[in-house]
Design a protein around this ligand. Structure first.
Ligand code: GZL
Length: 324
């Protein structure tokens, strides 16, 4: 027999439904904050993970997000920032593809009274007042951690020399310059270490493969270790190493940076020796910082996430799913 809803139950049901809808409509028409974000592109699993995290955190915090993808072009980022200014967003955030060339457009944002937050990468400017907050990794320490691992590896293998090739990220980008500086500063005191060549892989998988093929053709058997500035280039390089008849992870030591799932899976197979984490999950810090700026609160000038090293020195089966 069908149960009939009493009139009171129907009234309660309508009240609950309309309250729910009202709350959503409030959120839709009255966002706590309008945030303009210019993203570099989709060049790596790291970058895609960063974008997904920012979108998810904007949802979580009720922030209205205007996210524009620059497809790896600085001019597209500059144009996006100008659109955000014209749209009178509350806060502008962006991940600068390279460090130089931002002062003019950021002065326009300053003149419009819109605070700017850097996410992930940094800029080179004579006017640090243009930036309110920087949220991103300490890339120099990532390079140091990579160098420290290689020294420990040389010790454990009893090697008296290590010939290194370096595949770098995008020239003039903060992660490329600081990862290289941290790595070189760390190994420079160790006379076993010899860098044969550094070559620009632009953080791209395809360039990582091309660079590795050139390095193998040029230095062949004398390569003992590869230091790659991101997982994408490492994943491109590994098939070239195998194609040339070497075992990555044993004939050639492989050190990478980012810590995405694909690289961690290869680490677990023993074909990468070390992956330094660079978390893309910067969205929570960005939303909290932007909301503080909107409400006139002071914010930290620099926010660095905690990061770790994954390597063949540990039980890699215990590494939890990475989420990017
Ligand atoms: C690092 C980020 C780098 C990643 C690459 O914070 O800027 O850019 O290491 C990405 O994977 O392309």
């Amino acid at each position: 027999m069908k149960k009939r809803l009493t009139a009171a139950a129907v009234a309660l049901l309508i009240a609950l439904v309309s309250a729910g809808c009202k709350k959503e409509s409030d959120q839709a028409h009255d966002p706590r904050l309008l945030l303009g974000f210019s993203q570099i592109g989709t060049e790596s699993a790291w970058r895609i993970g960063n974008t997904v995290d920012i979108e998810e955190q904007a949802e979580n915090y009720g922030v209205s997000l205007m996210l524009e993808n620059a497809n790896q072009k600085q001019e597209n980022q500059i144009a996006a920032i100008r659109r955000f200014i014209a749209y009178k967003v509350d806060v502008i955030a962006f991940s600068p593809i390279v460090e130089d060339g931002w002062d003019n457009v950021l002065a326009e944002a300053e003149n419009a009274g819109i605070p700017v937050v850097l996410v992930d990468r940094d800029i080179n400017t004579d006017n640090p007042e243009l930036i309110t907050c920087k949220i991103g990794a300490d890339f120099y320490s990532e390079g140091v951690m990579a160098g420290e691992y290689l020294i420990r590896k040389a010790d454990s293998l009893g090697l008296d020399h290590i010939n290194i090739v370096e595949i770098t990220g995008t020239a003039n980008s903060t992660p490329m310059m600081q990862r290289q500086a941290g790595f070189f500063d760390t190994i420079s005191g160790d006379e076993r270490m010899n860098v044969l060549e550094s070559i620009d892989g632009d953080f791209l998988k395809s360039r990582g493969a091309e660079c590795m093929r050139y390095l193998l053709d040029t230095y062949g058997d004398s390569i003992d270790a590869v230091f790659s500035h991101n997982d994408e280039m490492t994943i491109g390089a590994i098939p070239e190493i195998e194609e040339a008849g070497y075992k990555p992870g044993s004939d050639i030591i492989i050190i990478s940076i980012d810590g995405g799932q694909d690289a961690i899976d290869i680490l677990k197979e023993g074909r990468i020796n070390c992956v330094v984490e660079c978390t893309p999950k910067l969205g929570k810090a960005l939303m909290e910082t932007a909301l503080k700026l909107k409400s006139g609160e002071t914010v930290d000038e620099v926010i660095h996430p905690q990061e770790q090293v994954f390597s063949d020195e540990q039980d890699t089966s215990l590494i939890a799913p990475r989420g990017y």
